[in-house]
Ligand binder design. Structure first.
Ligand code: SF4
Length: 305
């Protein structure tokens, strides 16, 4: 396959027989990743394990395979099933503007009756608002774990938090179900209460998920904390080297209190598809959910492929 390099990203085209991957999630359904790789290049990316299966030797975030697949036939067979777009990539990477893979996918699924969940850190999803408005059950989730643009820029190459928040509002105002996915929660850094207050009038759900430090990025994150947030290092050492989770148990209690105060439902698993009362999003506690469930969690960038 021909390869090109654009803005430091190695891009190639790949053929795939079937774009829909059966998900290992307890809720079942499918995950769809229109690209291999993710140029947001988050430092804590759980999906970077994908590299092993792709033959890529380049650093995570610097390559992108653009998938080509046969048109989805009989899309109604996915009726009522959850379809997660972007579990190990983001369907709205900047390159989507050029390749339109996610738009193509939505066009192929628009009459399927599937429950579509789009996970993103971008505002390019606004381009497809016309399609989304015509779909029966669709949810757009933005990962927002800080309101501090400097911390965000240290962690990922995606668009600013302000642009994500503005996009969430526009999609919500267009009548589409939205999620503020507060993840990963960085101990001592992520202020979930501030994010809740900033988003409670423009989302149906608030998902909370802890930072997990496994694999190659553990050292990188701990080194970063030691250098930039030196005073927090003992806390990280307690949680991630000594396995003491009391910080997250305390956060769960705080989240539950917050939910009570603002008259929001507080649950530890997802409810059936539905809209929340404006200003009262459902708060879903996914702290260490993957351990509790013994499996995958929210459908976000996990290990289906
Ligand atoms: S965490 Fe998500 S958005 Fe970030 S690089 Fe990984 S797949 Fe992309």
């Amino acid at each position: 396959m021909a390869e090109i390099k654009e803005n430091g990203i190695l891009i190639r085209n790949i053929e795939t027989k079937n774009i829909m991957t059966k998900s290992a999630l307890p809720v079942g359904g499918y995950s769809v990743n229109p690209y291999v790789g993710c140029t947001h290049g988050c430092k804590y990316c759980y999906a970077s394990f994908m590299k092993r299966f792709t033959g890529h030797t380049e650093p995570w975030g610097t390559f992108l395979d653009v998938k080509h697949w046969p048109v989805i036939k009989n899309s109604q067979k996915y009726q009522g099933l959850r379809v997660v777009i972007g579990s190990v990539t983001d369907g709205y990477l900047p390159q989507e503007e050029q390749f339109c893979n996610t738009r193509r996918l939505l066009e192929q699924l628009k009459d399927s009756g599937a429950e579509i969940l789009i996970c993103t850190k971008s505002d390019l999803v606004l381009r497809d608002i016309d399609l989304l408005k015509g779909m029966e059950k669709v949810t757009v989730s933005w990962s927002i774990n800080t309101l501090d643009e400097d911390f965000k820029s240290d962690m990922d190459n995606a668009v600013s938090i302000k642009r994500r928040l503005d996009a969430m509002k526009q999609i919500y105002d267009a009548g589409i179900r939205t999620v503020c996915f507060i993840a990963p929660v960085f101990p001592g850094i992520t202020d979930f209460e501030a994010i809740f207050h900033r988003t409670k009038n423009q989302c149906d759900l608030v998902w909370l998920e802890n930072l997990n430090l496994r694999g190659a990025f553990k050292k990188e994150i701990l080194d970063y904390i030691q250098k930039k947030y030196t005073n927090l290092y003992p806390l990280y050492d307690t949680i991630y080297n000594k396995g003491n989770r009391s910080y997250f148990h305390a956060l769960e209690e705080k989240a539950e209190e917050l939910a009570k105060k603002y008259n929001c439902l507080f649950v530890d698993n997802e409810l059936p598809y539905g809209r929340a009362e404006p200003g009262h999003p459902v708060i879903v506690d996914y702290f260490y959910h993957e351990e509790v469930r013994g499996s995958e969690n929210t459908g976000r960038r996990n290990r289906e492929e």
